[in-house]
Design a protein around this ligand. Structure first.
Ligand code: AMP
Ligand code: MN
Ligand code: MN
Ligand code: MN
Length: 280
């Protein structure tokens, strides 16, 4: 099995919608024997400080700079993970500013929609929940639960914030092509995140991958959180078919979610070429 060392190239810190600080993520990763880690917050690389790289090194963990970028393809929201990014890239810095503005703008619209639906919500309350993190739909869900307007986060998504619901405002996300070019211009490797989460047919997914490859994308998340063997096999086949390097990540956000536990990532199938062979 080629997954050695233990790898987790997809997780979130409190700089987006995760519960833990980057240092806490590192500590948990160490406790779980993860040897290479990428913190891939939504549309921000604020988790990466020079002290974090130093802490990773002393914990014996290779820290790979990463980010999960929101974009759109054929009116669908798609997530592309950028790995091994050059943090000093001015163009990537500009891209992060664009994404931050898109998120702020979307948050204002989500607030208006929820108010119109009769919910009690003010943007500063939700911003306070996001804390140091970039604001997203989970913070709105959190507010609705905290104020007893929704019984659970899952229900908040199901009823108002999830795909196709009124609070699922289509932000001005960049195109897939633009997101990929932001990553490659910063010397990074673009990876399609959690390919099975988009609920696409296999034909659609192939269409996405064709355009992704044409745009300069090089990787596919063959392993993401908990996934049955059949899906892993389908994704490994797709990676082979499109000559994509394979990535592996938990999509961890917080402890207590067994389907997305930090470091609990299975081994890549033998026929997969690990994405990290591109830089290590
Ligand atoms: P955003 O980045 O603002 O579009 O929010 C997307 C995030 O919401 C995802 O990364 C998940 O962390 C979270 N999310 C999406 N769907 C659900 C759901 N049904 N229940 C709980 N969290 C969800
Ligand atoms: Mn998230
Ligand atoms: Mn995602
Ligand atoms: Mn994620």
């Amino acid at each position: 099995m080629p997954v050695l060392p233990a790898t987790d190239f997809h997780c979130h810190s409190h700089f987006s919608d995760g519960a833990l600080s980057p240092i806490e993520l590192l500590e948990l990763a160490k406790a779980r024997d993860v040897r290479q880690l990428s913190i891939t917050d939504h549309d921000t690389v604020n988790a990466y400080s020079s002290s974090l790289y130093a802490s990773a090194a002393s914990a014996g963990i290779t820290l790979v700079t990463g980010c999960e970028i929101s974009c759109q393809w054929q009116r669908r929201s798609i997530h592309v993970v950028g790995l091994n990014l050059d943090m000093a890239s001015p163009s990537f810095d500009r891209a992060m500013t664009i994404q931050a503005k898109a998120r702020e703008n979307r948050a204002e619209k989500i607030t208006e929609v929820l108010q119109r639906l009769g919910f009690d919500v003010m943007l500063p309350q939700v911003q306070a929940l996001a804390g140091v993190g970039v604001i997203g739909r989970p913070h709105f869900a959190q507010h609705l639960v905290a104020t007893n307007q929704m019984p659970s986060m899952a229900m908040a998504f199901k009823r108002v914030l999830g795909g196709g619901k009124p609070g699922d405002i289509k932000a001005n996300w960049p195109t897939l092509e633009t997101a990929v070019s932001w990553i490659t211009d910063a010397g990074g490797v673009a990876v399609v995140a959690h390919p099975m989460k988009y609920k696409m047919t296999l034909t659609k997914l192939r269409g996405l991958l064709e355009e992704f490859v044409a745009a300069g994308g090089q990787g596919l998340e063959v392993l993401t959180g908990y996934q049955d063997a059949q899906r892993v096999s389908t994704l490994a086949d797709l990676a082979q078919r499109y000559d994509l390097y394979s990535s592996a990540g938990s999509d961890f956000h917080q402890p207590g979610q067994p389907w997305a536990e930090l470091g609990r990532v299975a081994a890549l199938p033998d026929r997969c070429v690990p994405v990290w062979t591109l830089w290590s």
